[in-house]
Ligand binder design. Sequence first.
Ligand SMILES: NC(=O)c1ccc[n+]([C@@H]2O[C@H](COP(=O)([O-])OP(=O)(O)OC[C@H]3O[C@@H](n4cnc5c(N)ncnc54)[C@H](OP(=O)(O)O)[C@@H]3O)[C@@H](O)[C@H]2O)c1
Length: 274
Amino acid sequence: MDQPDVFRQRYGRWALIIGGSDGLGADFARDIARRGVNCVLVARRLPVLEAMAAELRAETGVDVRTAAIDIAQSDVVNQLAALVEDIDLGLVVFNAGADSSGSTFLGSPLSMWQDIVRRNVNVLTEGLYHFAGRFVRQRRGGLLIVGSAAAFGGGARAGIYTATKGFGLNLGESLWAELKPHGVDVLTLCFLVGDTPVLRSALARNAIPVEAVGAASTRDLAKAALDALPDGPMLNFDEDLAAPNPLTSAAARREHVLQVSAGLEQFYGAPEPI
Ligand SMILES: NC(=O)c1ccc[n+]([C@@H]2O[C@H](COP(=O)([O-])OP(=O)(O)OC[C@H]3O[C@@H](n4cnc5c(N)ncnc54)[C@H](OP(=O)(O)O)[C@@H]3O)[C@@H](O)[C@H]2O)c1
């Protein structure tokens, strides 16, 4: 899927990248723009967004829209929907979603966890609902959820983060099975560590050199996920293909999703038309 014409036919002329101003989101935007697709970039800091937009326009010639929106706020999806209503949108990347606080559950105010849940669960759900509906109606599109290896299980200092990433992975896998017959691709990207500004500032707080953590290049992560978009439901960038683990193997999880989907279709009957 790295031939620009095929990519554009499948995903349209515009992509929305939520958290598209730096780090992994910026490399999604660069890679998408190199495939000849125009970009709508959303993040909170307008100057960073504008710098990214200027780089994309200068280096690839694509059109770029920017909007400074905090996706941890309510009523965000209406704003996102309005931003892209008039364009041929066929791809949404849900990138923003980190938590590098390292806090225990009781070590931070409840409001901090509520913000992360709103961003990684509520806004993700509402965004997927809106854009999946739009893409089903146009019978074409791609939904790319940036997840994490944190989705595979919980751990101290990562309760809300792992829980919300598990939510994204399970929802993404289910939507892959539901939307495939309607021409819509869904992929969740899972990986351990990526070399992003958020990671670097978390490491700097603890005087850990970035080389010590084996962080993947965001350019490689973005390319791998965009290439794998038609082959969901999940890409585990760090998968050890020589020793597949049913919990973390993309092929084993795909098989599990298919089995669950077939079992539930037998139980509930054919799904309602959408
Ligand atoms: N870095 C890692 O090691 C790692 C490992 C596994 C998975 N991941 C996943 O990779 C994704 C990207 O992670 P990241 O480390 O680059 O940090 P991130 O904060 O999730 O993403 C950074 C991008 O999102 C924007 N953003 C963050 N919060 C936002 C908000 N509330 N509203 C709108 N935009 C927002 C940032 O711009 P502004 O700050 O200007 O808003 C920036 O463009 C996340 O989903 C994360 O869970 C990361």
